[in-house]
Design a protein around this ligand. Structure first.
Ligand SMILES: [Zn+2]
Ligand SMILES: [Zn+2]
Length: 192
């Protein structure tokens, strides 16, 4: 990150970029793409993440996750059961009832790891640290399965969500305490 900042400062002085352009496109690797109306990096990685969605085996809510560090995709995965376990599309959902924070009964499928957990585990398998990384996800990472807790624990510093999850409050509080930036690209709340 610091390497890029030095490079970018040099670029700024040689190319006479406006300060806004510098902030918007501050990676030295973005040189070839500085044009008006270009897709933002957040939209770009979120679009990539939406392709990951296609692989989901549980159709109750198809979740995606892509982890990026300094404009490189370092991990991606989708909500899915661990290897050698049954998947929802073949064996049906594994439903449980639980009480939410408003003391209402909710039903959830517990067969799968969340997309965030699978993406974190995928990075661990090939020895990729996630410190300072950015995570792109379908919705606010959950607390029911401790996704928000794991994101803090592995050092991710920015979380970009497509939409808000219905149980967003506790996760947002966890991220705020850990100085993790949380961004929503679209309005609306996902309920399932
Ligand atoms: Zn399922
Ligand atoms: Zn989760």
């Amino acid at each position: 990150m610091h390497y890029n900042m030095v490079n970018y400062t040099l670029y700024y002085f040689t190319q006479h970029m406006t300060l806004d352009e510098m902030i918007e496109n501050w990676s030295i690797r973005d040189h070839g793409h500085l044009k008006p109306n270009n897709i933002s990096w957040d939209d770009y990685f979120m679009d990539v993440a939406r392709v990951v969605w296609e692989k989901c085996t549980c159709d109750r809510w198809k979740c995606w996750c892509v982890i990026v560090r300094d404009y490189d995709i370092i991990s991606s995965w989708f909500a899915n059961a661990p290897e050698w376990s049954d998947t929802c599309d073949k064996a049906g959902h594994q439903m449980i009832s639980m009480t939410n924070d408003k003391w209402e009964i909710e039903e959830h499928c517990m067969r799968n790891n969340c997309a965030e957990q699978n993406a974190i585990a995928s990075a661990a398998r090939i020895w990729i640290p996630l410190e300072w990384a950015t995570m792109y996800v379908t919705m606010t990472p959950c607390t029911i399965r401790h996704c928000a807790h794991m994101i803090v624990a592995c050092g991710i510093k920015r979380v970009v969500c497509d939409k808000r999850y219905q149980h967003w409050q506790e996760s947002e509080e966890i991220f705020k305490r850990a100085w993790i930036e949380l961004v929503y690209l679209n309005d609306g709340v996902v309920e399932y």
